[in-house]
Ligand binder design. Sequence first.
Ligand SMILES: Nc1ncnc2c1ncn2[C@@H]1O[C@H](COP(=O)(O)OP(=O)(O)OP(=O)(O)O)[C@@H](O)[C@H]1O
Ligand SMILES: [Mg+2]
Length: 222
Amino acid sequence: MRIDVDNLSFGYDYRTVLKNISFTLQSGDFLVLIGNNGSGKSTLVKCLLGINKVPEGKIYLDGQDIHNFKDWLRVGYVPQKFDDFNYEFPITVNEILNVTKFSKVDNDQKLQLLDRMGILKLQNENINELSGGQLQRVFITRALMNNPKLLILDEPTAGVDQENVIGFYRIVNDLNAEGVTIILVSHDTKGSKTNMSHIMNLDEGRAKYINVCDLDFQEESE
Ligand SMILES: Nc1ncnc2c1ncn2[C@@H]1O[C@H](COP(=O)(O)OP(=O)(O)OP(=O)(O)O)[C@@H](O)[C@H]1O
Ligand SMILES: [Mg+2]
């Protein structure tokens, strides 16, 4: 999916959080979003997801103003945390995935994803009996279910053990190689070993946008 952001500013109440952000990502680009706590990373991804409402003419997904965009099933999202999720609700891993399921995803594909995420054995477990890292892997699986064209990952591997982090980024890199656009919020650009093509550093809501192919930057960062 192609993304165009045109001079986007956004704030909550009186305070401006994002200041004049513009960028373009082509299908198959891989953006890593970095920046200090509170710099606006989650705010920006929520704008791209339509959770934060922006004025018309600011964000285009596949050339369409986000206000008219309809193909949300093909946008996978792993939120930073699940504060609004009711853990007490009696629901199994399978049930969560089935309510998310897009009709094109067959059962074999779902089982394969569960297996790749190392949670195949947990499919009939109640989600309130899972550890934090296991639950995070369920939400990652959910984001991957609908063959996304755009995958937005807000610190997706917080609490996930190293072995599963590696497995997860292998899947993300494979999807990216197939042309899926990836936006990853991460504090660790080196450790995740991603295929990143761009880095954006948010500094108090202002973006410093860097193409990874730019060798000057890579030398500077060593
Ligand atoms: N729903 C909200 N209402 C009001 N202010 C908010 C809301 N969400 C975030 N903010 C404020 O916007 C600023 C940016 O927050 P944001 O969550 O986007 O930062 P972040 O870069 O994702 O930080 P972190 O690295 O801690 O996840 C912060 O000052 C925060 O307090
Ligand atoms: Mg955040």
